[in-house]
Design a protein around this ligand. Structure first.
Ligand SMILES: Cc1cc2nc3c(=O)[nH]c(=O)nc-3n(C[C@H](O)[C@H](O)[C@H](O)COP(=O)(O)OP(=O)(O)OC[C@H]3O[C@@H](n4cnc5c(N)ncnc54)[C@H](O)[C@@H]3O)c2cc1C
Ligand SMILES: NC(=O)c1ccc[n+]([C@@H]2O[C@H](COP(=O)([O-])OP(=O)(O)OC[C@H]3O[C@@H](n4cnc5c(N)ncnc54)[C@H](OP(=O)(O)O)[C@@H]3O)[C@@H](O)[C@H]2O)c1
Length: 454
């Protein structure tokens, strides 16, 4: 008798959890294991969505639904698939199919001199730090200089600028780890310079996010656009671009006031090089651009922005998954409607969803349609996929143990979750406080708070 179909989802971010939900909703009963290299689920909802965007984080109530009925879906946290964890070909021996939902976590580089200096970070690292990701606990960014440069015109650039411009007292009500809060408490940041290479009509901000920086207490937004908005820019077709333009035009009337902190939006500026002093970042040289025949071109004129910290929020790239083809140009695993393809040929039993499938764009909800498409492809193929060598659900746990991996279960995560809620109460007014250090996360998950963990 054929074994009950078993599917592993690698990655417990939005796309993986939407895929698990779609698999559970299928007419064919399918057993699902959701694996994540971290002891906590939710991917970038936990480690990307800004701490002060509390409402956005409530999406976890939807994402956790597959685990509500624990009979057909298991969480296996603290399980890295690939190098340093369980090899993919070993994992394949336990499942009919594997859905890869591992996201795109690699920071893109500007490729300019000085990028490697102390005080220069990609947004992936910087955001992970303030979100309490265990890999970045020790980042300890340098916030001892009044100037900061943030490069990019997307929502991540706005998140970073906002978190740096907010007073630490406001951040105390969020889930940032105590160590992050301490660093923010000592921050000398007064001027956050957002460097945007194109004009105001091209920004990728969501209007609600842009509006929010104008509503921060004790923060003034100043627009530096070389008079481009006053001269009139071509009317964009998209509604959100029109809304952004209206807001930016309104802000051009701002003159420097007495707010203790400022967010400067510098349009038509391209990063050229980072300046160094005493072995760390001292500023950024940018080139002024102008628009000629509808094209953004450099003028050769340079300006210097003084800063002790530079964060580039210019997008992400995926990482190759050993054993699967990889499209290095686009930073994704090549696929056809979620089926991994090697040239024209599908790779049997291998699927992708989320950012590793389509690249690092789209909001949380975008991953739902994406996961539904992938799962539809998988279910169509199911009758063609051979039974795995080891179909018994316990066999994979034994196999993990053989690799020295002790998975974190859903109830273990429940203990870590409860500990974070308790810490939030103790801080007063915070919904939760993240446990960031890996050993402490594992100890809390295993009910051994305060004791060393492995
Ligand atoms: C800084 C930032 C802020 C954002 N804020 C918002 C927002 O406010 N609102 C919004 O709608 N969207 C936001 N987004 C977009 C949203 O987070 C993404 O659309 C979404 O998280 C992508 O989902 P994913 O599942 O593909 O990837 P991810 O969320 O990155 O999940 C991937 C998961 O895979 C795991 N993983 C990786 N490699 C392995 C491995 N080898 N083995 C096992 N597990 C592995 C990771 O630990 C992670 O849990 C933000 C994005 C960023 C970068
Ligand atoms: N609150 C939210 O809803 C929220 C919050 C955060 C993230 N997100 C989503 O997550 C996704 C990723 O966000 P993101 O901000 O990382 O990406 P993004 O929206 O693609 O923005 C990246 C920005 O980097 C700029 N850039 C790229 N290379 C550059 C270079 N070499 N020099 C200077 N600038 C460069 C781009 O400029 P050009 O436009 O000129 O190419 C673009 O403005 C997006 O879909 C975003 O909407 C949503």
């Amino acid at each position: 008798m054929p074994a009950q179909p078993r599917v592993a989802v690698v990655g417990a971010g939005p796309s993986g959890l939407y895929a698990a939900a779609a698999l559970l909703a299928s007419e064919v009963p399918v057993d699902v294991d959701v694996l994540d290299r971290l002891p906590a689920p939710y991917g970038l909802v936990r480690y990307g969505v800004a701490p002060d965007h509390v409402k956005m984080k409530s999406v976890i109530r939807v994402l956790q639904k597959p685990f509500d009925d624990g009979s057909r879906v298991r969480f296996l946290g603290n399980v890295r698939v690939g190098e340093g964890g369980i090899p993919l070909d070993v994992l394949r021996e336990h499942y009919h199919a594997i859905v890869h939902a591992s996201g795109s976590s690699v920071d893109r580089a500007l490729g300019i001199p000085g990028e490697e200096l102390d005080g220069s970070h990609g947004s992936g690292a910087f955001v992970s730090w303030y979100c309490g990701h265990p890999d970045f606990v020790d980042l300890d960014p340098l916030l001892d200089h009044p100037g900061v440069v943030v490069v990019g015109a997307g929502n991540v650039a706005l998140d970073v600028a906002r978190v740096l411009a907010r007073g630490h007292a406001e951040m105390a009500g969020t889930d940032v780890p105590d160590r992050v809060l301490e660093t923010l408490r000592g921050s000398a940041v007064a001027d956050v310079h957002v460097v945007i290479r194109r004009g105001p009509e091209h920004v990728k901000f969501t209007p609600a996010e842009l509006r929010q920086i104008g509503e921060l207490d004790d923060v003034q937004v100043l627009v530096h656009d070389d008079g481009v908005l006053a001269a009139g820019v071509p009317e964009p077709e998209e509604r959100r671009q029109k809304q952004n333009l209206a807001l930016l035009t309104e802000w051009t009337a701002h003159t420097p006031g007495d707010a203790p902190r400022r967010i400067h939006l510098h349009f038509l500026r391209t990063p050229v090089r980072l300046l160094e002093e005493g072995g760390r970042v001292a500023g950024m040289v940018v080139e002024r651009n102008e628009v000629r025949d509808g094209k953004v071109v450099g003028t050769g004129e340079e300006e210097t922005l003084e800063a002790g910290l530079v964060v580039r929020a210019i997008g992400y790239s995926g990482e190759p998954i050993p054993g699967l083809p990889y499209d290095a140009r686009n930073g994704i695993v090549p696929n056809d409607a979620g089926r991994v393809v090697d040239g024209d040929r599908p790779v049997p039993g291998a699927y992708v969803t989320g950012w590793i499938k389509r690249g690092p764009t789209g909001v949380i909800g975008t991953n739902k349609h994406d996961a539904v498409e992938t799962v539809a492809s998988l279910l169509d193929d199911l009758h063609t996929l051979p039974d795995p060598e080891y179909p018994d659900p316990d066999s994979v746990v034994e196999r993990l143990e053989a690799y020295g991996i002790e998975p974190v279960t859903w109830s273990d995560w429940g203990r870590l979750d409860a500990e974070e809620l308790r810490l939030g109460e103790a801080r007063g007014g915070a919904e939760r406080v993240k446990v960031a250090e890996l050993g402490e996360m594992l100890a809390a998950a295993r009910g051994r708070t305060g004791a060393p963990a492995s």
